[in-house]
Design a protein around this ligand. Structure first.
Ligand code: SF4
Length: 257
């Protein structure tokens, strides 16, 4: 499957499109050795499923240096609970230092989150993804009508693949609703970020996340000062479409490589 054609990939997308997350994880693990789960929140559910399927599950998370204390504690609860190889990726301190020395600690409020996210998230992620053939995310369609409505359960990663390196991205929770996710968390006693008890739904870095009101959409608490159609941090910027809805926006187009 690693070298499958676009047609084969399309057939697999159709075959898996209505399968449950466990079936998608099984297929992912049976086809890829160099595969890891990208964890930041809801992916705890995927970790819980994965450790029941196999040993030696690789998990990585991005420590941007700007996370809430509750998020750091949540990461450690995952490490204590599950027998996984949990790797904490950090940004290049020289790039962080240059950014904050030149622009201060909150430049994203003035000129957008892309530059800071690129240094603190995209670069360390890109370094890790170069060593993998596939990665697993917790993205769901119901998280954003603007950017995730057509999310497939698996795809060739249109952002981090290169001419020499094809990377497959699995989104096993694509079809799940927020309600299904929380049912699984409660039924299986999966750890979750304590910020959820304070009205936070989608949780990222502390300066760029806020609690939302009951009538607001879950991504409304992320980068709330920006246009809803731009609310991807670069990890999933392939979800951002160009004006004709035809092709994903690559990091080169965002000035990100
Ligand atoms: Fe920087 Fe905010 Fe992006 Fe975190 S979410 S990396 S603080 S811009």
């Amino acid at each position: 499957m690693k070298d499958c054609s676009n047609a084969e990939l399309g057939e697999l997308q159709i075959a898996l499109s209505s399968r449950d997350p466990i079936a998608i994880l099984k297929l992912a693990f049976s086809n890829f050795e160099k595969i890891a789960i990208s964890f930041s929140g809801a992916e705890a559910v995927l970790i819980d499923m994965a450790v029941k399927l196999r040993e030696n599950v690789s998990v990585f998370t991005l420590d941007t240096g700007r996370l809430h204390p509750e998020t750091y504690r949540f990461i450690e609860r995952i490490r204590e609970r599950y027998p996984v190889q949990l790797e904490i990726l950090q940004p290049d301190h020289r790039q962080v230092q240059e950014l904050v020395n030149q622009k201060g600690l909150f430049s994203f409020y003035a000129d957008g989150h892309q530059e800071c996210c690129h240094i603190r998230k995209v670069k360390p992620l890109s370094r890790r993804l170069r060593t993998l053939d596939a990665w697993i995310t917790g993205q769901r369609r119901d998280q954003s009508k603007a950017t995730r409505q057509r999310l497939p359960v698996l795809e060739r990663d249109g952002v981090f693949s290169t001419p020499d390196h094809t990377l497959i991205k699995f989104n096993p929770l694509a079809n799940w609703s927020s309600g299904q996710l929380w049912d699984y968390i409660k039924t299986n006693d999966v750890p979750f970020n304590q910020l959820h008890a304070q009205g936070y739904v989608s949780i990222g870095c502390e300066p760029c996340t806020r609690a939302i009101l009951p009538h607001e959409h879950e991504r409304a608490g992320r980068w709330w000062w920006e246009d809803a159609a731009k609310k991807e941090c670069g990890l999933h910027s392939g979800n951002l479409r160009t004006v004709d809805n035809a092709s994903p926006v690559r990091h080169t187009e965002l000035g990100m490589v």
